[in-house]
Design a protein around this ligand. Sequence first.
Ligand SMILES: *Cc1c(COP(=O)(O)O)cnc(C)c1O
Length: 396
Amino acid sequence: MTYNVDENGFYGEYGGAYIPEILYKTVEDLKKAYLPIIESEEFKKEYRSLLADYVGRPSPLYFARRMSQKYGCQLYLKREDLNHTGAHKINNAIGQILIAKAMGKKRIIAETGAGQHGVATATVAALMDMPCTVYMGATDVARQRPNVERMKMLGATVSPVHSGNKTLKDATNEAIRDWCCHPADTFYIIGSTVGPHPYPDMVARLQSVISEEIKWQLQEKIGRDYPDYLMACVGGGSNAAGTIYHYLDNPKVKIVLAEAGGMGMDTDKTAASLQIGTKGILHGSRIKLMQTDDGQIVEPYSISAGLDYPGTGPIHCNLYDTGRAKVLAVNDDEALAAAFELTRMEGIIPALESSHALGALPKMQFKADDVVVLTVSGRGDKDMETYLKHFSQPKE
Ligand SMILES: *Cc1c(COP(=O)(O)O)cnc(C)c1O
């Protein structure tokens, strides 16, 4: 059994490429090009050198002594929060812009919700001197002001989207519309393991540097290259996909994914799409998503802007259905408590998204010698306002 993509772009019954006819050739060209490019010496050399000297990789694998004691295990944190721009997203953005260049594309587009992927894309567009337009829902433009300013300072055009709920899914529709108008010269950089094939596989491969490093870092630290548990948060699924990539076929490694429970899976304010979603097509891919009986997307909710996507990418839908991954919903209050705990016990302020992975720790039963690797996908600077709002009454 393999958990990787099949030749038709599916993971079990999820994935595929459900795209408008006008994009067929563009997506087909990308499908033919991405693997030869990723495997070429030229790409590898430039990608590796940028990851090292620009992003600051390898990211440390840190043994969290106090948290290990608290949770009765050997807890290692994979520090994606220390990357340039503050999260794992840059690994993927660099890879995709190099692929765009290799394919002769002249212009970059992206969509963003919280602004994190927009910032990563605007960053690499500046680095490569390519024009870049980032679509962002007007509601998100208003509530993510600092990231909007960053993108502008980096030279990107931020295009507010006023349709629908004016959030991520509307921004995505607009990006796809742009792509349909300029398929020949424009490369669409997607920020997570979502979208039509080959995006989920391409993004997972570009993020797989995370588990590639975990392997040799564990070998160095504990004399064996695999942990007992891997833990990560899932929005679209990219930091989780990178964390598990090289361990998927090793049954000794248990996978735990934390999705955003919001106010609770039994309320209508949630983003736990793996557990409560139903099968449908969104952004060109068959996934589990939050929708009404007649297929209207239900607006997701999470305290964390990076996790409130109405679905989860096809890789994780398949891992959930096949039982390869255990999926836990972590609610807002649990994520906040976990953020304060990591901050006070280890001196690391995590992103709210990453706090969901940490919030799954109290739900686990470990043995004292279990080695647990948990990915801290990003740093908490961007979330300080939310954290401070709750600081007066940290929930225990
Ligand atoms: C965007 C983001 C996520 C969620 O995206 P995935 O593709 O599921 O990884 C998680 N953590 C941080 C810090 C992010 O910026």
